[in-house]
Design a protein. Sequence first.
Length: 124
Amino acid sequence: MPAITVKALESKSFNEPDEKRRPPKTEVDVVTLGDTTLGRLTFEPGWRWSETVKTVVHTDSCQNNHLGFCAAGTLTVEMDDGTRVTLHAGDAYAIPAGHDAWVENDEAFVGYEILSAATFAKPV
């Protein structure tokens, strides 16, 4: 990822995002600061990428690269080759394109991302 240069002092709230995306069981709140787009992803219990976001992006698996931080909940990510990792609150994560994911347990997953926010769950 190229270096990011911050050119101005800015602050925005995810509670009043620049853009909202709402596929089933999914909330994506997007803010843009300068040239950088950040996202807050909230997935309800029972959320699974292949049953929710796939309905709006129409790919066989998620083709976004993700870089972020898990603030709450538990999310399991499975790569197309079967490799799996489970994310927990407090974990930073990097996920390459070509995966499915689902919420574990009965607590919503909340993640903040600095990579993929501009395109994740955006209808094509």
